[in-house]
Design a binder for this molecule. Structure first.
Ligand code: SF4
Length: 325
């Protein structure tokens, strides 16, 4: 990752002297960022290129999981918007409906999130999706946040965290503090889907290699076949994906696999449809149920059921969750 990723680097004045801010600027080789009053002055503008903004989070640092998120049986399930937006560019990503442009904002006050977590941890076991509005692993060289979270999880027994990623890096896992409560969750799609709709992200074979590296280092690895995208030959390509997984990983070491067909809140889909008038994914005639657009029931039950069976057949006894779990 380099400075070349971003057109400009902005720093909120109140975040200027943070240890995290200074570390990020150093890693990016940036001596002269542009200082601003508030991240929204830049982030809320619609534009094509990508800027980086380092800021303090003025709002909530932990949100309770939405109904369409998988909780994996965890009663107290939260997500942390510590970084907003992603270096990858998946066409189906809800971030396209959530944020106006491609700018990324990194909140440098991660310690404040940890302080808020402490209150919760005192009451019950907490499960946090730490890589929710971004792919945190893909920017680990810039932020060091994965290392900070892993250290935190290792030292706090009432805390578990999931890091969802499409990143292909294999070199970071052996350097991170290992814990069986720090879960690396690799999102996988068939090659065709990845090629067409996951712009900028490494291919599925490279992600599986990274998953294997995480397993070797001792981390629990989750696989996410989510979102499944409906295409004409979906049975062939998703069936093939199940076989590829079985041929690439030690399936006995897979913590679990989650599956889910594409679904999105009505407001995000409206925004995506405006932004992407030619996108087959955005323009598909979904059915709206309880405020969420999804494939018609018959389609989604068929796709998710097929995937479950294909995984059972190729991966044996691995636990499989669907997004309603
Ligand atoms: S990797 Fe995840 S967060 Fe990033 S664009 Fe793709 S779906 Fe969105």
């Amino acid at each position: 990752m380099s400075h070349a990723l971003f057109e400009n680097i902005y720093v909120e004045k109140r975040a200027a002297s943070d240890r995290v801010t200074l570390g990020i600027l150093k890693r990016l080789g940036c001596d002269e960022p542009v200082y601003i009053d508030h991240y929204k002055d830049i982030f809320d503008r619609k534009k094509e290129g990508r800027n980086l903004i380092l800021a303090h989070n003025p709002g909530k640092r932990l949100y309770e999981g939405a109904p369409v998120c998988q909780s994996f049986g965890n009663e107290h399930f939260y997500y942390s918007p510590g970084v907003m937006n992603c270096v990858y560019d998946c066409e189906y990503c809800f971030l396209k409906g959530m944020y106006p442009g491609k700018d990324m904002c990194i909140f440098t006050d991660l310690e404040e999130t940890f302080t808020e977590l402490e209150d919760l941890e005192r009451q019950f076991p907490v499960y946090v999706c730490a890589s929710y509005n971004t792919d945190l692993t893909a920017i680990e060289d810039i932020t060091g946040f994965i290392a900070a979270w892993c250290e935190r999880v290792r030292d706090h027994e009432n805390l578990s965290a999931e890091f969802r990623t499409k990143c292909s890096r294999t070199d970071i896992y052996s350097k991170l503090p290992v814990s069986d409560r720090a879960i690396f969750a690799f999102t996988l799609s068939p090659d065709d889907i990845a090629l067409k709709y996951e712009k900028g992200a490494p291919g599925p074979a490279a992600r599986l290699k990274a998953a294997s590296a995480a397993q070797e280092a001792g981390f629990p690895v989750r696989l996410c076949i989510d979102p499944m995208i409906y295409v004409r030959n979906w049975r062939d390509i998703y069936g093939q994906l199940a076989e590829t997984i079985a041929g690439s990983l030690d399936t006995a070491l897979i913590k679990d696999i989650s599956i889910g067909s594409f679904r999105i809140s009505d407001q995000y889909l409206k925004n995506m449809r405006k932004k992407m008038p030619d996108s087959l994914i955005a323009q598909y005639p979904y059915i709206c149920e309880d405020g969420y657009y999804q494939y018609p029931e018959k389609v989604r039950i068929c796709m998710e059921g097929f995937m479950k069976e294909a995984l059972k057949k190729s991966c044996g006894n691995v636990s499989i969750f669907d997004w309603r779990s």
